[in-house]
Design a protein. Structure first.
Length: 345
């Protein structure tokens, strides 16, 4: 993310997203009621019969009603009411319009109040610029799951199934199929950093296969108890690859939720809006953890809690609802907190 300007006094920021993750961050930053300005296109009807309609590039400011990130098209669509247009006659005021934000486009967002957690998210997105592509592979003797780690979570790229072993199945045959297919897919994805992990000895067998093929890959090997999505989550939360995953939003979310559930077993946590409000009022909150969807649906209740936690030097964390971590927070009420000390409710 290229940050062109942040103005705390006037409550706006101007940025240029340059990656998938940047668009995902912007979706979370743009809220209903924000004034969003950017370039768009408007279909202009012909004035005279027989003439063709044409598209005109215009500059709009809209009052945001809804923002939707379309992963398939790598595009963020912000829908809202037109407040200003250039040229002036290009769009009727208070009519509905959509600004489509893609990588490489400049966007300005003016908020009613630009909060610390908004700026922190922008800075995180900026820090991720140029970050190396990290491929995670979890495998055993039956299957391998390959996924890139991104701020938004796992971008799953492939699931490779091993040939079933029979009486006539030999090691060399396996190398021709499962290992060859796996190595081919890894080379196709061309990661800049990679971790291969899993239970048992199959990862060591694959490491030997790679060495015999004299392939030079940017890889380290680790262990997990599971494969599939469960294994991917286990690998990120394990602490074994902290240096590699440092700065990834999805990894940070997994770790803070893991910390929360440890605190729950120790009795030093609050969950559900009622308990969290009491903990915030008592000044006991160390980390306030809010699932993104809960935040959107309960903004009037949650925002004062966020402000109060910041004032008391606590930290606010927002958890993507589609990830495993988000589903855990949803399961305990959508909002929770780790506490500096135990409380009685």
């Amino acid at each position: 993310m290229k940050i062109l300007k942040i103005d705390r006094k006037e409550n706006f920021f101007e940025v240029m997203p340059d990656s998938f993750d940047d668009l995902w961050h912007l979706e979370k930053l743009i809220e209903p009621g924000d004034f969003v300005s950017g370039s768009s296109e408007r279909k202009i009807k012909p004035k005279n019969e027989g003439e063709k309609a044409f598209k005109q590039k215009i500059y709009l400011t809209i009052e945001s009603e809804k923002s939707l990130f379309h992963e398939a098209t790598n595009q963020l669509r912000v829908q809202g009411l037109v407040l200003e247009s250039k040229p002036e006659d290009a769009a009727e005021l208070r009519s509905h319009h959509t600004i489509e934000i893609e990588t490489g486009t400049t966007i300005k967002v003016r908020k009613k109040a630009l909060k610390n957690y908004h700026v922190e998210r922008l800075e995180k997105a900026k820090a991720s610029a140029g970050r190396k592509k990290l491929l995670l592979v979890v495998m055993d003797d039956e299957e391998a799951e390959l996924a890139f780690l991104k701020d938004a979570g796992f971008e799953r790229k492939a699931r490779i199934i091993a040939t079933k072993e029979g009486k006539r199945f030999v090691k060399n045959e396996k190398e021709k199929t499962y290992f060859t297919e796996l190595l081919g897919k890894i080379k196709e994805l061309n990661p800049e950093k990679m971790v291969i992990a899993g239970p048992g000895f199959e990862k060591q067998n694959f490491e030997k296969f790679i060495n015999e093929k004299r392939e030079k890959l940017p890889v380290i090997f680790e262990s997990t108890n599971s494969v599939g999505l469960t294994g991917l989550n286990e690998l990120v939360k394990s602490g074994k690859i902290d240096k590699l995953v440092e700065g990834f939003q999805a990894a940070e979310e997994a770790k803070i939720v893991e910390k929360l559930f440890m605190k729950i077993t120790e009795g030093a946590a609050a969950f559900g809006i009622k308990e969290v409000e009491e903990a915030v009022d008592a000044g006991a909150v160390e980390d306030l953890i809010v699932e993104e969807k809960f935040m959107v649906e309960n903004r009037n209740e949650v925002e004062p809690l966020l402000d109060r936690v910041e004032q008391l030097n606590g930290k606010n964390h927002f958890i993507e609802d589609k990830n495993e971590a988000g589903k855990k927070i949803t399961g305990i009420g959508g909002i929770a907190a780790t506490l500096r000390y135990k409380m009685k409710y």
